[in-house]
Design a protein around this ligand. Structure first.
Ligand code: ADP
Length: 488
């Protein structure tokens, strides 16, 4: 098995080093690590493995660039972001291929990620020039109050492997718009897209030191060193709740601003008055986008008894027809899971569901290698004791629970420590309103299976996180409020 010539050409254009202060370097220890295509197990690139010293050098560089970047006119910062958006759209195919190669998602979805990820560059190029403040008289009449919003300072970003481009732009774009400098640590499974994005940002005119990238195979050593450095002012993390909690503990010692996008356990409710055609389309998207590897993935499909048989039959037909294959090749719906651990976890969850009385309707097995493929699967009649109703599945397994009343559906939906997103299918206006109020999640898709949008505030409540990314809200995460009193 070898790479195709155009794949190899693209990989040759990706820097192999650590990007600090506008130059690309090897690791201070000389160490490297490898990146694989999850569909074949083939090593596609070897890159520098940043040490703690390299990370501190990146912070030195971000700190050195901070003041000048904050003072750069917002129109210039905006223009750089806009140029980066234009360049990314010109290179949509390259970025899509790189994402598919290192992460495994189908190329058509990777193109969707480039568009989605690019929108953060465009949106925040527009927001960069709109940071405002306010001015008021104090009630005593003796002074004027001026409120301004200033950049927080150097930020550290830790991103996951499931959306290697969009999770990077969703953090980098608002930070740059606000006037913050950054250090980014991409996931060790998928560092190439981030490295290539930083190359693109440099080409768009970003000054040296404003975005630094430090891929490492030892994230905990790097994060401990950076989070305890008093020069760092902000952490933004997307990943699992378990790692997020550890990072929050470390960030607390240094009283850092934090934005945390953590795990989810999304309920997908199909009521008896739902438009079933739309609900079937919606669940296919909400479950199988990214091969089920999304914090927004529908994890628990709750279907009213009266429509459940029809829903299960129609969804299962669609699932059985999905085409499985290497993401970087055209024409597949389901790519490889990111690694062998993901296969073992999915197998374990399916076995546990069957042990607790659930029924496999279609799929249910890992596919013999090469590559980390798992059959897209539908499981019906999942009970409350099954592990997969309490944990993120993060695989192509659609798990259905039946309910008989609205109160029961709401109770099941909220019976989780997570609160990222919920999906609701109903044609009843009153019920829609009740669901907005009753479902404990930061986001809701009402008759849609996809909520992500650069113009909207993405984020969760409960153990799903703190803060919002995207929308008007996203830039505020990178600004601190300063109040000034002037006597009259
Ligand atoms: P997932 O389960 O989706 O891989 P993780 O939370 O493990 O999610 O990973 C998300 C990001 O967090 C990745 O960039 C990973 O390298 C990083 N990470 C994992 N463990 C730690 C840690 N102890 N400290 C800092 N970053 C970590």
């Amino acid at each position: 098995m070898t790479l195709k010539p155009h794949e190899q050409d693209l990989l040759n254009r990706v820097e192999t080093g650590i990007g600090v202060g506008g130059t690309w370097a090897t690791s201070s220890s000389g160490a490297t690590f490898t990146v694989e295509d999850p569909a074949t197990g083939l090593v596609i690139k070897t890159i520098a493995d940043a040490t703690v010293d390299d990370a501190i050098r990146a912070l030195d560089s971000a700190v050195a660039a901070q003041q000048e970047w904050a003072e750069t006119p917002s129109r210039l910062r905006s223009d750089i972001l806009r140029r980066a958006f234009d360049l990314l759209m010109d290179r949509k195919e390259e970025f899509a291929l790189l994402i598919a190669l290192e992460m495994g998602k189908p190329i058509a979805e990777a193109r969707g990620e480039v568009v989605y990820g690019g929108e953060f560059l465009r949106w925040y190029s527009e927001e960069a020039v709109r940071v405002s403040g306010d001015y008021r008289r104090n009630p005593e009449g003796s002074g004027n109050i001026t409120v301004s919003h200033l950049p927080v300072g150097p930020c550290y970003f830790i991103t996951p492997w499931n959306f290697p481009l969009a999770m990077a732009t969703r953090k980098i774009a608002p930070a740059l718009a606000a006037g913050c400098t950054t250090i980014i640590k991409p996931a060790e499974l998928t560092p190439l897209t981030t490295i290539y994005l930083v190359q693109l940002l440099e080409e768009a005119g970003l000054p040296p030191g404003v975005v630094n990238v430090v891929p490492t195979s030892n994230p905990s050593a790097q994060s401990s060193a950076l989070l305890s450095d008093p020069r760092l002012r902000k952490l933004s993390f997307t990943g699992s709740t378990a790692v997020g909690v550890k990072l929050l503990e470390a960030a607390a010692q240094n009283v850092l601003r934090t934005s945390m996008e953590l795990g989810g356990n999304a309920p997908f409710l199909v009521f008896e008055d739902a438009d079933i055609d739309r609900a079937v389309d919606g669940v296919m998207l909400a479950k199988f986008r990214n091969i089920g590897q999304a914090c927004t993935a529908a994890n628990r499909i709750l279907v009213h008894d009266s429509v459940a048989d029809e829903f299960v039959r129609r969804v299962s037909e669609r699932v059985a027809a999905l085409k499985i294959g290497r993401g970087a090749d055209e024409g597949y719906d389901i790519g490889a899971l990111v690694d062998k651990k993901a296969i073992a976890k999915t197998e374990g969850l399916v076995a546990d569901a069957v042990d607790t009385g659930a029924e496999i309707v279609t799929g249910g097995q890992a596919i013999v290698g090469p590559g980390n493929f798992f059959q897209p699967t539908v499981i019906d009649k999942i009970g409350p004791e099954a592990r997969m109703v309490n944990e993120e599945i993060f695989g192509p397994v659609l798990a259905i629970t039946r309910f008989s009343s609205e109160d029961e559906a709401v109770h099941i939906a909220n019976n989780t420590e997570y609160g990222l997103v919920s999906y609701v299918y109903t044609e009843n206006v009153g019920r829609s309103q009740r669901m907005i109020e009753k479902l404990q999640t930061g986001m809701m898709g009402l008759n849609t299976g996809l909520v992500s949008n650069a113009a909207a505030p993405f984020g969760g409540i409960k153990h799903s996180g703190i803060g919002r990314e995207g929308g008007f809200e996203g830039i505020r995460e990178f600004l601190s409020t300063k109040y000034t009193l002037t006597p009259r």
